[in-house]
Design a protein around this ligand. Structure first.
Ligand SMILES: *Cc1c(COP(=O)(O)O)cnc(C)c1O
Length: 344
């Protein structure tokens, strides 16, 4: 049976070129700093986002957690958007590893206003109060549906960081989707943060790995914490080889995924029982709201699965579709026709 898998852009498998590069990668022990392929990837990654240094980490979660560890003190408060990945999907790591507590700001479709962020900053030295240690931004915002945080919003929050001497960490798991959607250089986004994590394994097809980037001091510290957490890998250049191709060859094709997401949304939105806010379809994620007497999101996901279409139920009325390299225009058209068959 034909299977079309929209559950996530993490499902992308390494390309033939990546597998070839992995086979031929020059390797060394990265804990000794001697893996030339890792060193090359870290250099490329840092340069790409305009930071002094970078660190290859096994996952986006580890990258974000290292950033929180490096930027904060135990007992600090960190500012996070309500639906952010760091707050909701990292297993409580900020509390467990860094000993910090979250101060949640409700964004408009994931976009925090500078005014709300400023109100959330603790500015006094009252011994009863926690001290704010960090502000995190997520771009694109995953659970808001791949929403792109505009440059002005990034800049305003970055300015607050300067005003209150607070670092800004960007959870940029999909930052290249943001730069693609904005039609800008990724550095136009990353200049508004002190540190950034981006994923090589989402949409860019690398099998494993993310990059954490920031100042040299920050990365030196993060490298030590990475070792502490057991993330010091040896001949990991075999993975970095794929990561290099992710950065050189795969970013430019993300616009195809964005086109396919729009195509999917346009095809589904007129179907009875479905609601999609088109203005939220900005990158490679489509959130589909179901208001059908016949189906909840759960039963519809099951029904779609029977037909070979996989997607994620986010709650009882919402299904998430993520487009990626292994979903073609033809797959989108097929999906729309299956939806019509089920719901009409
Ligand atoms: C996927 C994701 C992460 C974590 O990446 P993993 O490699 O899955 O640990 C962090 N932030 C956002 C916004 C994500 O979508």
């Amino acid at each position: 049976m034909r299977v079309i898998d929209f559950r996530s852009d993490t499902l992308t498998q390494p390309t033939v070129e990546m597998r070839q590069a992995m086979l031929n990668a020059e390797l060394g022990d990265d804990v000794y700093g001697e893996d030339p392929t890792i060193n090359k990837l870290e250099e490329m990654g840092a340069k790409l986002v305009g930071k002094e240094a970078a660190l290859f980490v096994p996952s986006g979660t580890m990258g974000n957690q290292l950033a929180v560890l490096c930027h904060t003190q135990r007992g600090d408060e960190i500012i996070l958007e309500e639906r952010s990945h760091i707050y909701n999907y990292e297993a409580g790591g900020i509390a467990f590893l860094s000993g910090v507590q979250p101060r949640i700001v409700k964004g408009d479709n994931g976009i925090m206003s500078a005014g709300d962020v400023e109100k959330a900053i603790v500015t006094d030295k009252d011994i009863h109060h926690p001290q704010t240690g960090l502000i995190c931004i997520e771009n694109t915002h995953n659970m808001a549906g791949g929403i792109v945080v505009p440059l002005e919003a990034m800049e305003e929050i970055y300015e607050l960081g300067r005003k209150y001497s607070l670092p800004i960490h960007l959870d940029g798991a999909r930052v290249f989707n943001a730069s693609t959607a904005l039609g800008c250089d990724v550095r136009d986004i990353t200049k508004y943060c002190d540190s950034i994590m981006f994923c090589l394994s989402k949409g860019l097809c690398a099998p494993v790995g993310s990059i954490l980037a920031g100042s040299k001091d920050f990365i030196d510290k993060a490298r030590r914490y990475r070792k502490m957490l057991g993330g010091g890998m040896r001949q990991a250049g075999i993975l970095a080889a794929a990561g290099i191709i992710a950065l050189t060859d795969m970013i430019q094709r993300l616009s195809e995924d964005h086109g396919n997401a729009k195509l999917l949304a346009k095809g589904l939105k007129y179907i009875e029982g479905i609601h999609i806010s088109m203005d939220t379809v900005q990158s490679n994620i489509v959130m589909v709201d179901i208001s059908s007497p016949k189906y909840s999101s759960y039963s519809l996901v099951d029904k779609l699965k029977e037909k070979g279409i996989l997607a994620s139920d986010i709650n009882s009325s919402r299904i998430r579709f993520v487009t990626h390299k292994y979903i073609s225009k033809d797959d989108i058209e097929h999906t729309i026709s299956v939806f019509k068959e089920i719901l009409q």
